[in-house]
Ligand binder design. Sequence first.
Ligand code: NDP
Length: 293
Amino acid sequence: MTTNDSVQVSVLGLGAMGSALAAALVRAEHATTVWNRSAGKADDLVAQGARAAATAGDAVRAGRLVITCLLDDASVREVLDPLADELAGRTLINLTTTSPEQSRALAAWAADAGVAYLDGGVMAVPEMIGGPGSSILYSGSAAVFDEYEPVLDVWGTSTYFGSDAGLASLYDLALLAGMYVMFAGFLHGVAMVAPAGVTAGEFAAMAAPWQTAMTGAFQGFAAVVDGGDYTVEGQQSLEFSDVALGGIIAASAEQGVSTDALAMVQRLMRRQIDAGHGKEGFARIIESIKQPG
Ligand code: NDP
């Protein structure tokens, strides 16, 4: 298949993300059928060239490739369970955010129903779909990924992680875990400087390049974790980091803001220090994370 080949594709779910995915398919001139539980959400897409289906069953029957982008696993099951017979012999790609176990269970359901299945995790917000920086993670059927990769690429960079249908979701949620902690850290900084009259916008202008530069440390931490030796020379020790973080916590308290976001990191460090690993590197806190206290 070339990128110019039109594929009959149906998108079930026209929320913010499903609509963006469908619009990109229409722009790429794929024959796109769309369905949404509530009326009215297909209108813009129809104006752009999509075809609206009256029911989810009609949408499935219209598509060789069926994309689901609904709220959660329960809504996917609610919509697809009654359509197993119609889906048999077709290909299903679920881009709804689900847990790894939910993805594996849906893959097993699809296998029983004779449906080729690929699971996806969207690493983008709707406005990014089809533009730079948009990335979608996939796992499940390699045959599906290989056959439809040119279609998937209209949404962003497509990355395949292997036949375990839960892996894309696992990567997705692990990456989001890092994002939420980073956002909390940024907003903690915003709250710290606010009493000094610094706006969030002014702080963001400083924080964005700083945080970006700090991601350069990831590979160094990764090398220590993968090597399994937290005593490697040249790292900042947990004892050093504990003093540094203690200073930030004290300054936060002086500014009258919560120290909760930082206390979480301090707890992870202290468990390793208390276990006698204070001279070892910061990467050692992964041992606190791997063994819940
Ligand atoms: P929205 O809340 O905008 O849309 C949810 C969609 O699910 C709507 O089409 C809604 O239909 C449908 N839906 C909910 N429950 C049911 C049900 N029981 N039966 C049928 N349809 C149902 O969410 P998004 O489009 O933003 O997100 C969709 C998926 O994409 C989610 O899993 C989300 O985690 C994921 N995602 C979203 C991102 C984002 O930035 N928005 C980023 C990455 C992933 P109705 O209109 O009738 O309510």
